[in-house]
Design a protein around this ligand. Structure first.
Ligand code: GRG
Length: 298
């Protein structure tokens, strides 16, 4: 079984290759130096590379073409990083520490950080489209994978979750159903997109697609409940961001709704459900069983 560390290292190398280079001066046809520097600063800051690794592992599990999977995997990480940059902005969560270093807007200013996020989101689709044209024989599968990624990241996916998260912050809405909606969308949709895009790349049938997306959905809910629990139990050094901020800001979280014990229980429950969802793949799902098991206990 290929482990997370190995997948993450492959993603790391590909991300570096796929990002615009930092040029000495401005040049026609190239990303400006400051823009590529801000994009590189946030993207190559040592994230866990979970979402792209899940996509690569799912393609391996399904016996698909690993070469074709790298562009969508890296695109997912670019989209995830853009969402972190924008989430950290003063107009959203207003954070100054991410991935263990000053947030993009602290290092580059607010305007450049917005552009770095915009640049990463757009570049993600440029990278996928370029790759799709290299393999015209598999165009339909690649377009279907891109659609899963666009849908997961988009206005009925991650952006929708962030929209309601902001409304909840302003006290306009509250409650358990809202919490679940926010977690499913803000956090869960990119995990679902990772699994679904892999399924599409491999031409998975409906039953396999349901298993893959079921895993992604429960993994997302487990991941966010665990993240909320760790926010009140871990240090800034362990998390690479400031803990306790959610509680201080009065945010709607698994801990504020269910308490620490309830958040931990939810993580354990959704971890078990994720493992159940993927059971039809037997031993080939070892990566996913191990990954859910690791996040389940917080
Ligand atoms: C700005 C449209 C838009 C969306 C923002 C991702 C997000 C939505 C907000 C970030 C804040 C947050 C609590 C997100 C939940 C998901 C989460 C815990 C993200 C961190 O993911 P990790 O742990 O981070 O995979 P690394 O740094 O390892 O990639």
């Amino acid at each position: 079984m290929t482990d997370l560390k190995t997948y993450a290292a492959r993603v790391e190398a590909a991300l570096d290759r796929l990002l615009p280079e930092t040029h000495a001066a401005f040049q026609a046809g190239q990303a400006p130096r400051l823009l590529s520097a801000a994009m590189r600063y946030s993207l190559l800051a040592g994230g866990k590379r979970l979402r792209p690794s899940m996509l690569l592992a799912a393609v391996d599990m399904l016996g698909g073409d690993a070469d074709m999977a790298m562009a969508p995997a890296c695109a997912l990480e670019m989209i995830h990083t853009y969402s972190l940059i924008h989430d950290d902005l003063p107009g959203m969560d207003d954070d100054d520490l991410r991935r263990g270093r000053p947030t993009c807007h602290v290092a580059f200013g607010e305007g450049q950080a917005i552009l770095a996020g915009d640049g990463l989101l757009t570049h993600a689709f440029e990278v996928m489209l370029r790759q799709a044209l290299v393999r015209p024989a598999a165009l339909n599968r690649q377009v279907a994978a891109m659609l899963e990624i666009a849908r997961g990241a988009g206005v009925a996916g991650m952006v929708a979750g962030q929209c309601l998260d902001l409304q909840a912050d302003r006290g306009e809405m509250a409650g358990e159903d809202l919490l679940q909606y926010i977690h499913r969308h803000k956090t869960g949709c990119l995990f679902v997109a990772a699994m679904a895009a892999a399924g599409r790349l491999c031409g998975a049938d409906d039953a396999d697609m349901a298993a893959l997306t079921g895993y992604g959905r429960h993994f997302g809910l487990m991941f966010q409940a665990a993240d909320d629990a760790m926010d009140v139990t871990l240090t800034a050094e362990q998390m690479g961001k400031h803990p306790g901020k959610d509680a201080a800001d009065g945010k709607l979280t698994a801990v504020s709704v269910w308490g620490l014990r309830g958040a931990r229980d939810a993580a354990a429950r959704h971890g078990a459900a994720a493992i159940d969802a993927i059971a039809r793949f037997g031993d080939r799902a070892a990566f996913f069983v191990e990954l859910a098991g690791r996040h389940q206990a917080v």
